[in-house]
Write a protein that binds this ligand. Structure first.
Ligand SMILES: [Zn+2]
Length: 270
């Protein structure tokens, strides 16, 4: 294909999409395909019950989709993991993302997670996706400013903030990993942001979120996005919106998760 780097649209292969099982909607659900190990395709990586497999339903043309099953427990959730599981899950996912980004056959590599009925995901079982794209480079659609804003936590290796210029809106949390020595804290900050979204944001009205990972100029970013119905102003006009309450949100987050301001320390057991 000519002009590969400028391709910005993905082709959804409808016939494959129609075969996909669903367990997120509650009604007439299929059995969970990730619970029965005998039904899984050949396992690529394994760490206890954390498994990396090819996605059986490659719905996007020109893509190499992988699935990382985070646990054998269908009803668990990333916000509930003890630190050991959290770090093992992220280590396998980030290593795999890194390996695929180093592979020249991909224009870019997506790494994302869906949770909850408004997340766009189809399976309840806790999992992440890493998708190599042959023709599409997501980096054309994002700018560094989309990952900056009022700071909740920062040291020389990691940061957690809320976007002042979100991609869509209204509240987008950003984890930033500037130095590999901050990897553990990066994972813990992402988990804390997920906990804040599911338990406290707007009184706990969100049951869905996405994680999206990006690599720009050698820095890794994770966007933690609470999901509800998307604003029509973005759907129709591509205009993002941001709340006017960011300082209050920062304060609320810090009070709940970093209560001792004199000694801000990331704890895995919150
Ligand atoms: Zn399951």
């Amino acid at each position: 294909m000519a002009n590969q780097a400028l391709e910005t649209q993905l082709i959804f292969q409808t016939a494959i999409g129609n075969q996909k099982p669903h367990t997120m909607r509650g009604i007439s659900d299929s059995a969970c395909p990730f619970c029965d190990r005998n039904l899984l395709p050949p396992i690529i990586k394994e760490d206890g019950d954390i498994l990396l497999i090819p996605n059986k339903y490659p719905i996007l043309r020109g893509s190499s989709p992988l699935v990382l099953i985070e646990t054998k427990d269908c009803d668990s959730e990333l916000s509930l993991y003890p630190e050991d599981r959290l770090l093992r899950v992220f280590r396998m996912a980030l290593d795999t993302w890194e390996e695929m980004m180093a592979d020249p056959q991909y224009a870019s590599v997506l790494f994302l997670k869906n949770h909850g009925p408004f997340s766009g995901g189809s399976l309840r079982h806790p999992h992440m996706q890493i998708i190599g794209l042959a023709d599409v480079d997501y980096r054309l659609n994002v700018r560094e400013e989309n990952f900056l804003g009022p700071v909740i936590y920062r040291d020389d290796a990691v940061e957690l903030n809320i976007s002042a210029r979100p991609l869509v809106g209204f509240t987008e949390f950003n984890g930033i990993l500037r130095d590999k020595k901050g990897l553990r804290d990066f994972c813990l900050l992402i988990q804390q942001a997920v906990r804040f979204v599911l338990r406290y944001l707007q009184g706990g009205r969100f049951n869905s979120y996405n994680l999206f990972f990006y690599r720009l100029a050698g820095v890794s970013y994770c966007k933690i996005v609470p999901r509800g119905v998307t604003t029509p102003l973005f759907i129709g006009y591509s205009i993002p919106q941001v709340g006017d309450n960011l300082p209050a949100l920062v304060k609320d987050f810090q009070t709940r998760f970093f209560s001792d301001q004199s000694q801000i320390k990331i704890r895995g057991d919150l």
